[in-house]
Design a protein around this ligand. Structure first.
Ligand SMILES: *Cc1c(COP(=O)(O)O)cnc(C)c1O
Length: 477
């Protein structure tokens, strides 16, 4: 047995560190060893339970209602608010979109909707999960430009994009890519006026903003205190620092939630009754989330939110002083986005940061915006900000010495003109090899050449290349 676990540990050596504050995306570290230990023990206690049926493991119902109650209080849900614990932000968002679509179809929310071809209005900064929901549920995404300076959604543009087919309007608190909070009150009001649901994607900010407010920081209005907000997603596995696999979707009322649920009693097996997309589901992430939230508590989260926020603000200030780096927006919460000038590309900076032990996340160019770097600051990163900025200095200098990765102009031109629909497997093999992704057995040490090439490709081609890459990566051994 110990041999098998030793093999797991050995395999993990190739992974990003989950603790220590040096990984600025994917993982969130409270720095509280005891909270982590409690989460691990709760996972072990509940690993074999099944959330398929709320009557057979009644403890799971207790845990879920406790957590939803906590989130509803935090996000000013009022006595009618309800919610569901899901497996993650994406599932919360999928369910919000599916619920809005089906409620409109049933005539519950927007009776005038053209429910034959439902649509939702998304600021261009909305999370990719909404596009996944659009794809899964046949809801047409209507994408609206955001303010080019503040990166916030523009209420007038959203109003202009709403029509009889709109079943949902989306806002972010904050947006993942830029870390800014949309003007939720204006947008929720215009949605309510039209009888359209308004979802606030607070996946990454929903467990931070209320605690910052409690700590005396002025934060934008974004939760159920805002009239017209009908649902909110908030991830536990981000800034509630719980083990992965836990998020909450809240609705303002049970009426607004009804279309989320699914039952099927017309087959020979058990009556299926589901609140989420999963049916059989482990109770472990729920129990772990409950345990960590109980352990850290309001006072603990207020401290953690303040620590991470102060770290992000300080990081933004100091990073802005690094020659060749600009900060896209003053952090509204704990997220920082950086750009570089023409002397260096952000992809090389990310590689140099990785060489120095820091993981920062590249974000490709989007419309007329150049590529950038994303940094999610955890509480555990906060007291290492000076060290992080020193690494950034070095990384930028090295990237400037190397100069931006050059993509051959003929290659860039070819990428611009390729229609992914016309490419066959052999063509993808060739393109992946060109991009440095031909040998999936050994991923390249430096990702900058790969990112630079993806960066000059149009989004549809990027997507096709990435899917072809994933297809080759995921083969049985
Ligand atoms: C992380 C995130 C999501 C998606 O959540 P997952 O847990 O990765 O599925 C959606 N929206 C925002 C703003 C996020 O930060």
């Amino acid at each position: 047995m110990s041999d098998v676990l030793a093999r797991l540990r050995a395999l993990q050596e190739g992974d990003l560190p989950t603790h220590g504050g040096s990984t600025l995306a994917y993982v969130y570290d409270s720095g509280l060893a005891e909270a982590d230990e409690i989460g691990r023990q709760a996972l072990a206690l509940y690993g074999a339970t099944n959330g398929l049926d709320p009557t057979v493991f009644p403890s799971l119902r207790t845990l879920e209602n406790d957590l939803v109650g906590w989130a509803a209080r935090l996000l000013q849900g009022g006595p009618d608010a309800v919610g569901t614990v899901t497996s993650g932000g994406t599932e919360s968002i999928l369910l919000a979109v599916q619920t809005a679509r089906d409620a409109a179809r049933n005539g519950r929310c927007t009776p005038s909707s053209d429910t034959g071809s439902p649509s939702m209005v998304l600021p261009a900064t909305a999370h990719a999960a909404f596009f996944k929901a659009a794809h899964y549920f046949g809801v047409r995404p209507v994408v609206v430009e955001v303010d080019p300076v503040t990166f916030k959604a523009r209420p007038e543009a959203i109003a202009a994009a709403c029509d009889d087919s709109t079943v949902l309007v989306v806002t972010s608190a904050p947006s993942y890519a830029h870390g800014v909070v949309d003007p939720v009150p204006e947008i929720a009001a215009l949605a309510a006026e039209r009888g359209i649901r308004c979802h606030v994607d607070a996946c990454i900010g929903g467990w931070v903003l209320p605690y910052l407010r409690a700590d005396g920081i002025q934060v934008p209005e974004f939760d159920f205190a805002v009239p017209g907000v009908t649902s909110i997603s908030v991830d536990l596995h981000k800034y509630a620092y719980t083990p992965k696999g836990a998020s909450i979707l809240l609705h303002r009322s049970a009426e607004l939630r009804r279309a989320q649920f699914f039952a099927h009693a017309d087959w020979p097996g058990y009556t299926m009754l589901n609140s989420t997309t999963q049916s059989t589901k482990s109770g472990a992430p729920l129990a772990a989330a409950w345990a960590v939230v109980q352990h850290i508590g309001d006072a603990g989260y207020q401290r953690l939110a303040r620590t991470a926020y102060d770290g992000a603000v300080r990081l933004a200030e100091l990073a802005g002083e690094v020659d060749g780096v600009t900060v896209l927006a003053r952090p509204a919460t704990t997220l920082v986005a950086l750009r570089s000038d023409e002397r260096a590309d952000v992809f090389t900076i990310a590689d140099e940061m990785a060489a120095l032990g820091w993981f920062v996340q590249p974000q490709l160019s989007f419309r007329d915006q150049p590529p950038s770097l994303h940094l999610s600051v955890s509480a555990a990163t906060a007291d290492r900000v000076d060290e992080l900025v020193a690494a950034l200095h070095t990384a930028v200098q090295k990237a400037q010495e190397a100069g931006p990765v050059q993509v051959a102009p003929e290659l860039a031109a070819a990428a611009g003109g390729l229609d992914p629909a016309t490419l066959d497997d052999a063509a993808f093999d060739g393109l992946l090899a060109l991009a440095g992704l031909g040998d999936t057995g050994a991923l390249p040490d430096r990702m900058a050449p790969v990112n630079a090439l993806l960066n000059v490709a149009p989004p549809r081609l990027r997507e096709a290349l990435l899917i072809a890459f994933l297809d080759r990566l995921m083969r049985p051994t």
